[in-house]
Design a protein around this ligand. Structure first.
Ligand code: NAD
Length: 492
């Protein structure tokens, strides 16, 4: 394998990453003086040690956010828009730094990390444009007397908690609309991948965000940050992306102060291939929907439901494409598949594969961990998976594709909906009437038709059922950070 990146380049980039907490416009050490290590999952080596925030630091961050909320809410929308636009320009100029940093701390191949920079930066541009179009309305009452004025106001200080799988995009998808709406915030990045957020916040400061508006408290103990802040009535909203289990706990904590919540939780995406689908395009879409981010995506196709008449051909082509992928460190030019985030994640993925095989599935390719350093797992296709196998009910979060079959459209929809999750789904067919029939009946917040990747800053991203509450991106994204105020005006 050849590496496109030298050790000097890695060291030079890591030297640019601030290692403190960012509170009230200043980088500072943790109140405990402690730090925690951030590792490269491809090698297990420590990249950097950063300040380990405490409950006391979390409260200092909330104090700072609260102190400037009123003045920040009064800034001109154009001013906030221009800060976001400058941030977009800076992130785009420094795309190679952000991409490499994500590859180092998260493991994804550099080409994918570059794609995430483009996607993540787009939230900054999209919301810079939305900032000046956050309309209210004005109307006469139905009785013809008096007027109704409806305006939107920032919800107030927010707690933003992000996962490790898309370190830049999950941060910008929350921070950009919060800035656009005029909210202040405390950000708690995932402990595996805080470095990208640290560097991004340094960039936001250069773009002109005033002190106190954006605060970052990285920590090895998430609940010691969220716990005390969520008990404080000055906090007005929590926006969380992560697992359904943690999301449920936060929804329950949010009840105390009746906090606004946005919850982007787990998924278990079905990938339906009908008998009339273009099978080559379906395999191409399956590769993208399954293998983006090594399968560590909430939108990852998790259950391949294929019409019985084309299942054999689809599985053979899919297994050949999966078997041809190269696993390796994301900085190496030949790598298509990076490591999983840690040894526990890899063990969980393998346990699901073993259970599926015990329940009757056949390994068409892969099926085992890759020997050596790092947490690599071979791209895997399982065929003949029984419809009631455990692997079809769990979020796999790894490069494993179970294939099962259906015999009618009705059965396909029933199997697709047989999940507690309802985030992304994918449907391959040439029949546009079927496309609308399926969309009507499928219980998912997002449907990709003949498309394996559907995330876009201009689209409302989010789920139904246990996949969450609220939407991020699109026109809906800014509404999550505003409240509605109605003013009744008597006619003179
Ligand atoms: P996670 O729930 O373990 O962690 C997410 C974040 O919550 C991290 O910052 C973590 O430190 C923090 N956290 C953990 N325990 C907490 C607690 N008790 N109180 C407060 N915060 C806590 O999830 P993860 O492993 O980082 O991410 C993977 C999960 O995220 C998957 O289930 C995936 O589907 C989901 N996800 C969803 C979306 C979406 O948009 N719906 C996007 C990406 C990931």
């Amino acid at each position: 394998m050849t590496s496109a990146i030298t050790a000097e380049r890695e060291a030079e980039l890591l030297a640019k990453v601030p290692t403190g907490l960012f509170i009230n416009g200043e980088w500072r050490a943790s109140s405990s003086g402690k730090t925690f290590d951030v590792e490269d999952p491809a090698t297990g080596k420590v990249l950097l040690s950063i300040a380990d925030g405490t409950s006391e630091d979390a409260m200092a961050a909330l104090d700072a956010a609260d102190a400037v909320q009123a003045s920040w809410a009064r800034t001109a929308p154009r001013e906030r828009a221009e800060i976001l636009r400058r941030a977009f320009d800076l992130v785009t100029e420094r795309a190679e730094d952000f991409a490499l940093l994500m590859t180092l701390e998260m493991g994804k191949p550099l080409a994918e990390a570059r794609g995430e920079v483009t996607y993540g930066a787009e939230f900054l541009r999209w919301f810079s444009e939305e900032t000046v179009r956050d309309y209210g309305r004005y109307l006469t009452t139905p009785e013809g007397k008096n007027k109704i004025l409806v305006q939107r106001k920032p919800v107030g200080p927010c707690l933003l908690i992000t996962p490790w799988n898309f370190p830049l995009a999950m941060a910008t998808r929350k921070i950009a609309p919060a800035i656009a709406a005029g909210c202040t915030m405390v950000i708690k990045p995932a402990k595996f991948t805080p470095l990208t957020t640290q560097l991004f916040v340094a960039t936001l400061i250069e773009a002109g965000v005033p002190a106190g508006v954006v605060n970052v408290v990285s920590s090895s103990s998430a609940s010691s940050i969220s716990g005390p802040i969520m008990k404080d009535s000055r906090l007005r909203k929590v926006s969380f992306t992560g697992s359904t289990a943690v999301g449920k706990r936060l929804i329950s904590d949010a009840a105390n102060n009746v906090l606004r919540t946005s919850m982007e939780l787990g998924g278990n995406a079905p990938f339906l291939v009908f008998e009339d689908a273009d099978l080559d395009k379906a395999v191409e879409g399956a590769m993208a929907a399954k293998m983006r981010n090594m399968g560590e995506a909430c939108t990852a196709a998790n259950r391949f439901l294929v019409h019985e008449s084309v299942a054999e051909e689809f599985t053979a082509k899919f297994a050949a494409a999966m078997g041809a992928l190269n696993t390796g460190r994301g900085t190496e030019t030949e790598t298509n598949v990076g490591p999983l985030i840690d040894s526990g994640a890899r063990a969980d993925v393998h346990a699901l594969v073993e259970a599926a095989v015990a329940q009757g599935a056949t390994v068409a390719t892969g099926g085992a961990a890759v020997e050596g350093d790092g947490y690599f797992y071979a791209p895997t296709v399982l065929s003949n998976v029984p419809n009631d196998a455990d692997i079809l009910l769990s979020e796999i979060f790894g490069p494993v594709a179970p294939v099962t079959t259906f015999s009618s459209e009705e059965q396909a929809i029933k199997l697709a909906n047989a999940s507690e999750y309802g985030l992304a789904s994918y449907v391959y067919t040439r029949d546009y009437a079927r496309m609308f029939r399926v969309a009507e009946q499928i219980e998912f917040g997002m449907v990709g038709f003949n498309a394996g990747v559907i995330s876009n800053a201009a689209a409302p991203f989010g789920g139904v059922k246990q996949s969450g509450l609220g939407r991020e991106g699109g026109a809906e994204g800014i509404a999550e950070y505003t409240t509605t105020q109605y003013i009744g005006i008597a006619d003179p």
